[in-house]
Design a protein around this ligand. Sequence first.
Ligand code: 1MF
Length: 185
Amino acid sequence: MYGLVNRAIEELVISLKGEAGWRSVCAHAGLASDGFVAMQSYNDDVTYRLVEAVSQRLGLPAEQVLEAFGEYWITYTAKEGYGNMLNAGGSSLREFLGNLNDMHGRVGAIFPQLRMPLFRVTPLSEDEYLLHYASTRAGLAPMVIGLVRGLAKRFDQQVTISLQHPRLHPLEEDIFFVREVSATP
Ligand code: 1MF
């Protein structure tokens, strides 16, 4: 994945555990801690090793690290120059999720080494829908939960999300059940 992803993990870890915490994560992952280049493409293995090392160092399950990272990704990219893109994606969670593939298509056209996942929304009712997530990568469903929570925060919305149907094969999709809870006055 692009270094931007690993940089976001770095910033998240430093905000929680300081520079020393980050150095310890890198040592555990067998990686140099001298910084990732945002626009350089790295082997996915680097990211998976980082997540595993953060999980060990923070004493959290890898799923929780991925979820925290997904949530952080929204604030991180917003401040790293992708705020306009996020704003253009819509003004509500549901609208944004429906526009994600178009947005990813535009970013993917500029940075051809991106391997963007596909998202699809199946409406169920006024405030409930299924979110389908198809990725070339394995094990990242918890990150999607974090991404959706991060987006909901950005739009000041309340949401519950659960993995209703995990994929059993790389060519399948993970299916999440999403409910938007409207604020009771
Ligand atoms: O293949 C990749 O390197 C890659 C990197 C990041 C693919 C996807 C993503 C973003 N995606 C990460 C989890 C999905 C992993 C997977 O299943 O394969 C999150 C997608 C997302 C979901 C909900 C809301 C917002 C989302 O992301 C918005 C976004 C997506 C991509 C970028 C920024 C914001 C991006 C922009 C430039 C990049 C890399 C990613 O690379 C650079 C950076 C600086 C200079 C040149 C290129």
